[in-house]
Design a protein around this ligand. Structure first.
Ligand SMILES: [Zn+2]
Ligand SMILES: [Zn+2]
Length: 778
């Protein structure tokens, strides 16, 4: 480092605190709370409006650090858009409906939902969600989210539920919903039907059980299955038509062991000769092949598993058992009856519930469906019309739309959800829908009809089922733009400017919102979709309670501060890429903030002149500043946070502090207006450029040094009159300074010792006066 001119007197720095301390952030939170207008959405005439459809988080325990980082990135985008001059509507909501909170209450009280009085259960959920939700809001504020907390919305409020129901009731007359008894994906743990979006696949160990089915006319058919507990629901056996091992069995009947039922042996192309024995039993329902074949072969289903995941009467000796136990028992029974050939271990791609990771079942149940399959082409057109950042992530949505095979089952038999607002006429069975607008609870409210329009009947049965929670959250973009409440605002601000969200909820939240917006408006839901990457643990694994690799956010935020966490995530990852969360790197981000603080403190000890004659060195750093501003603005406009954070760090750490500040120190102490003006200009612009990413430290510095808040400023613009040709000097000056420092180090002399006989390179002639004084070149 260059010499400090300690013999000169300096004015007291305006920045009082000697160093950056994350605890300072808390004093700012109090200030911000007193200045709500700082972030308030109040568009001026002619100002362009930018609406963000913030993901309403689903409170279940506390956020983990990855979630904190995701929301921080959304906040950086909001702040950047604000500082680009737009009026930013940055709403905040909590998605408080759903199974998570119900499970919490069930666990805490040891009393399952079906044993509760419905009203009492709802009250208990409300109490519980209030506490969890408030904890989450505290954290959201603590990490500096500049969202509209004055109007925080909750999806379980009467107002939001009425809204969600109103959207349903608007679509109702269009014939988009139907009710059907059909096999659906079912989570036996959550005891609820699932949509395709709720299912994940995981390789799980299982057993391939080889059995012997006696064959009509003598002999046996070997059959391998992973689901022996479903023998009681077996209606057929299939073999591949080209599989010569089984040609003689075509058209014969086989006897299901333990059950004694005779079933046909069908030659069918869906049989897989390479799997197991090549012959497979068809049961209601082991997998999607069973679903297809029951329909195609017109087999009568047998319900072997009930909604609680227990075996039914149809399972004979297995009745009442849970699935795992039933499977073992079936193997035992087969062995005892001489029908077991062998049991082999098998890795099996198993469909599981994405919420609780229980293997799913197919259970026939009565459900409400929303049509979606027939709109796939239209939805893909909307996906194509939206801008994606990064653009490659559009494919996630397109692939999902292509993969859908069933309509959306939207009904659930739960309590703490939005009710399906329908009644049925007791006399004629007609389903009646009330007018949209009110919050309806058909399980307890009196029916809002005088008489059935079809038969004149006067008695009605309220629907007791509720919506899948995605039915609520898929209305968020309509809700935040004021649909049905402020038509003028809605009409001018729909589609919503930005949907920021994680990759993990493309097939749910993004897809369902696209579907809803299409059905309601025939419009794309968003102008731009920003899909951010996921925060992984240090080994690159997703964070999950079951893996024990969750990083709790509060201790990290208390120790390093929100700005360090935010700077880490901004500078760590390219838009859309996953990132590994490392406490060490968060600490490293803290060191950058210390550097920023120290540099600002030094600059703050000098007065700021209105202008001054610029030296070539001043012009050089201002040319670098211009380049930084241009690149950072462009990046912010494209929702890229990686570039501004890294470029600003490079500018401060590798150019401004070590080279420019050291070169002009002597002039600054002499009060040279050109040097002082340039020092302050660089600091001001750097603070403004970093303000969206590190809102705490930049605002504290700004308030103390310049007064007011940096968050009422706009992003800087490049300055005219600074010759860009000065940029050619960057490389030579960095090289030259480094060489001189190295020479002094090699000689073992202190940096402020005179160094004779060093020639200034030709290219650096414009900097000669500053360089001679900086290095004390004789
Ligand atoms: Zn589940
Ligand atoms: Zn009727």
């Amino acid at each position: 480092m260059a010499p400090a001119l300690s013999d000169r007197t300096m004015a007291e720095p305006k920045l009082q605190e000697k160093t950056w301390d994350p605890k300072l952030e808390e004093s700012l939170l109090d200030l911000w709370a007193k200045e709500p207008e700082l972030y308030r959405f109040a568009p001026r005439t002619g100002q362009s409006v930018y609406v963000i459809d913030t993901p309403p988080p689903y409170p279940s325990g506390s956020w983990h650090i990855g979630a904190v980082m995701s929301y921080s990135m959304i906040d950086m985008t909001a702040r950047a858009q604000r500082m680009l001059g737009k009026a930013v509507l940055f709403p905040f909501g909590l998605d408080r409906n759903g199974i998570n909170i119900e499970r919490t209450v069930e666990k805490k009280t040891g009393k399952p939902l079906h044993l509760w009085d419905r009203e009492a259960f709802i009250q208990e959920c409300r109490k519980e969600i209030e506490v969890i939700g408030n904890g989450l809001l505290d954290l959201a504020r603590r990490v500096g989210l500049s969202a509209d907390f004055e109007h925080t919305y909750f999806t379980d409020s009467d107002a939001y539920r009425a809204f969600s129901q109103a959207v349903f009731l608007e679509l109702w007359p269009k014939g988009l919903f139907y009710r059907g008894e059909r096999p659906t994906f079912w989570c036996p743990h959550d005891e609820t039907p699932l949509a395709e979006a709720d299912i994940e696949y995981e390789d799980r160990p299982s057993k391939l059980v080889w059995m012997r089915f006696p064959l009509e006319g003598g002999g046996h058919l070997p059959i391998a299955t992973t689901r022996p507990e479903l023998l009681g629901a077996c209606r057929a056996v299939i073999v591949h038509p080209d599989d010569e091992r089984f040609t003689s069995a075509h058209g014969k009947r086989a006897t299901v062991p333990l059950v004694g039922r005779d079933v046909p042996v069908v030659a069918h192309a869906m049989a897989k000769p390479e799997f197991g024995s090549g012959a497979a039993m068809i049961c209601s329902y082991g997998d999607s092949v069973d679903l297809i074949l029951f329909r195609e072969l017109r087999l009568e289903p047998i319900k072997a598993i009930d909604e609680h995941g227990r075996m039914t009467e149809a399972a004979g000796a297995l009745k009442g058992m849970k699935l795992e136990a039933a499977r073992e028992k079936a193997i035992e029974e087969l062995r005892a009856h001489g029908a077991l050939e062998k049991v082999e271990p098998l890795q099996h791609k198993t469909p599981i519930c994405s919420r609780c990771h229980t293997p799913i079942e197919f259970i026939s149940s009565d459900a409400w469906y929303l049509k979606q399959l027939e709109f796939r082409e239209e939805l893909k057109k909307l996906a194509a019309a939206m801008e994606f950042q990064p653009s490659r992530h559009r494919q996630l949505l397109l692939d999902w739309i292509d993969s859908l095979t069933i309509d959306w089952p939207i009904s659930r038999r739960r309590y703490y959800h939005t009710e399906i607002p329908l009644w049925t006429c007791r006399t004629c069975g007609e389903v009646l829908a009330p007018p949209p607008g009110k919050y309806y609870r058909p399980w307890k409210d009196p029916a809002p009809f005088d008489a059935c329009p079809k038969c004149g009947g006067k008695e009605f049965v309220g629907e007791d089922r509720v919506f899948d929670t995605w039915m609520d959250s898929s209305c968020s973009n309509l809700y935040v733009t004021g649909y049905r409440r402020d038509e003028a605002f809605f009409e001018s601000n729909f589609p919503v400017s930005l949907r920021p969200q994680g990759r993990d909820i493309v097939r749910t939240w993004l897809y369902y919102t696209t579907l809803k917006s299409y059905l309601v408006r025939r419009q794309k839901p968003f102008e731009t979709v920003f899909i951010h990457g996921m925060g992984l643990d240090a080994r690159g694994r997703a964070m999950h309670r079951t893996l024990g690799n969750i990083i709790e956010p509060w201790p990290i935020v208390r120790r390093y501060g929100a700005d360090a966490v935010r700077f880490f995530v901004a500078s760590e990852t390219n838009p859309g890429d996953d990132y590994r969360i490392s406490e060490q790197k968060i600490g490293g981000a803290g060191k950058f903030l210390t550097k920023l603080w120290n540099t600002a403190r030094f600059v703050s000890s000098f007065p700021e002149p209105r202008a001054g004659k610029l030296s070539p060195a001043d012009e050089w750093i201002l040319a670098e500043l211009n380049r930084l501003i241009e690149e950072a603005r462009g990046a912010y406009e494209e929702l890229n946070l990686f570039l501004p954070s890294n470029r600003a760090r490079d500018f401060l750490w590798n150019l401004f502090a070590p080279h420019y500040v050291e070169m002009v120190k002597a002039r600054a102490y002499e009060g040279d207006p050109g040097a002082l003006w340039t020092l302050h200009t660089c600091l001001r612009d750097l603070l403004r450029l970093l303000a969206p990413i590190t809102p705490f430290s930049t605002d504290l510095i700004w308030r103390e040094v310049y007064g007011g808040s940096v968050h009422s400023e706009t992003l800087p613009l490049p300055r005219d009159g600074i010759p860009a040709s000065r940029l050619d000097l960057t490389e030579p000056v960095v090289t030259f300074n480094s060489e001189v420092w190295k020479t002094k180090r090699d000689k073992g002399v202190s940096l402020n010792v005179e160094l004779p006989g060093v020639a200034i390179p030709e290219a650096l002639k414009p900097f000669e006066p500053e360089l001679r004084r900086m290095h004390r070149l004789a």
